[in-house]
Design a binder for this molecule. Structure first.
Ligand code: NAP
Length: 375
């Protein structure tokens, strides 16, 4: 805004120069004599004024963010936990560790625990549970204060494989129980291949029954699902379940906000967990540059990532931002209640464009259908 106003002042200067020129035409000799001085004066003016305009422009944009209308300390806090059907309290913000590579994930977990995180979202397939476990062991945080989630990979749905897969995760994480264990995807692969086992794909209930048994035996405290659409949730819950799914972990971000799934889940008492909340590594830059996100961040004196993570919690979901960068890990834990008008502005912006998934492995897995739509 201030830039365009200043920018428009340049033609004003040109206009005066033009008027001056027209006066000069009345006296060509004077004009000739003065023209070198005039040119020098113009060059000097431009030499001084253009840097000034640039500086003013950058100060204006900086002051827009450095002098926000709100200070984050005046913003209300959002819920730090949700209560699951089991009565357990799950922290609303977790450190996600997908694509946190070996050699860096341990430090990320240590940094997160020091910053105050108590919830780590992992999975067998992330192939970093051992290093996560070592970092947990090195920390002084008691096990009962931690929330550890892992996920059953697609190759382990055969009833005899489920417990062995869980045990492997438990051993690597250095714990004898998980707070939450999810069916990672609503598909099952025959072991060692990416060929679907159609029966298990059609019916996750046998897997669920085994998970229920593992809850009863104390190896898991809560069980849930991930990447399930409404039809698949209904297929599962149509069975006589001993334990209802505690959560459904799905992609939820600015590009794919899934308002219908969110609404349906609220109506049916199923908590959602927002994965790839920043748009994952592919879209994070684009997410943080969304004009509404930037405007709200400037207005409230918080960062664009904090706007998006806060919005996720304010939508009533758990949120799982991943970072291996210490400053970002700390930044992502600080969530604030967005004023209602800002929350609605962001919700409207997110739900007004066509949804665009960041994560869809269907083609990579050579599925004969889209995993999110089913067969
Ligand atoms: P994400 O959290 O949306 O984005 C991660 C990317 O954002 C990384 O490149 C990270 O960089 C960057 N980033 C993080 N905080 C930032 C900040 N404050 N400012 C700027 N950049 C920032 O993506 P995600 O890893 O796809 O999803 C998060 C978690 O969800 C995963 O780790 C996993 O736990 C879970 N997940 C689950 C499923 C599932 O099928 N159930 C699928 C996908 C993800 P640096 O790390 O370099 O800082």
């Amino acid at each position: 805004m201030s830039f365009s106003q200043k920018y428009h002042q340049l033609p004003t200067f040109d206009k005066h120069a033009g008027e001056h020129e027209s006066l000069q035409r009345k006296d060509p000799r004077k004009s000739l004599r003065r023209s070198p001085f005039l040119v020098i004066a113009i060059i000097m003016f431009l030499g001084v004024s253009i840097p000034c305009i640039r500086m003013a422009r950058s100060r204006a944009s900086l002051s827009a963010c450095n002098s926000p209308q709100r200070n984050s300390s005046t913003l209300a806090n959002l819920p730090s936990h949700y209560t699951l059907p089991s009565g357990d309290k799950i922290p609303s913000v977790a450190l996600g560790v997908w694509q946190a590579s070996q050699g860096e994930v341990g430090n990320a977990v240590k940094t997160a625990l020091s910053a105050g995180y108590r919830h780590i979202d992992g999975a067998w397939i992330y192939r970093n549970e051992e290093e996560v476990g070592q970092a947990l062991k090195a920390s002084s945080v008691p096990r009962e204060e931690l929330w550890l989630t892992s996920k059953l990979w697609n190759t382990f749905h055969a009833p005899e494989d489920i417990e062995a897969a869980l045990d492997e995760s438990l051993t690597k994480l250095g714990t004898d129980y998980l707070d939450l264990y999810l069916i990672h995807w609503p598909v099952a692969f025959k072991e060692g291949t990416t060929v679907l086992d159609e029966d298990l794909t059609a019916d996750p209930y046998p897997t669920w029954q085994k998970l229920e048994e593992l809850v009863d035996r104390g190896k898991i405290r809560n069980i849930g699902i991930s990447n399930f659409n409404i039809r698949r949730i209904q297929n599962l819950t149509a069975n006589n379940l001993k334990y209802q799914p505690a959560v459904n972990q799905v992609e939820l971000n600015f590009w794919n906000p899934q308002p219908e799934l969110l609404q349906w889940s609220k109506e049916n008492g199923l908590l959602l967990e927002a994965y790839s909340p920043l748009g994952s590594d592919k879209q994070v830059g684009k997410s943080l540059s969304v004009p509404e996100v930037k405007d709200i961040a400037c207005k409230l004196g918080i960062t664009p990532a904090q706007v998006i993570i806060s919005w996720s919690v304010q939508r009533g979901t758990i949120v799982l931002p991943k970072s291996v960068t210490p400053s970002r890990i700390a930044e992502n834990l600080a969530v604030f209640e967005l004023p209602q008008e800002d929350f609605e502005r962001l919700e409207t912006a997110a739900t007004s464009h066509s949804p665009q998934r960041v994560v869809n492995p269907s083609a990579g897995w050579k599925l004969p259908f889209d995993v999110f739509d089913g067969q």
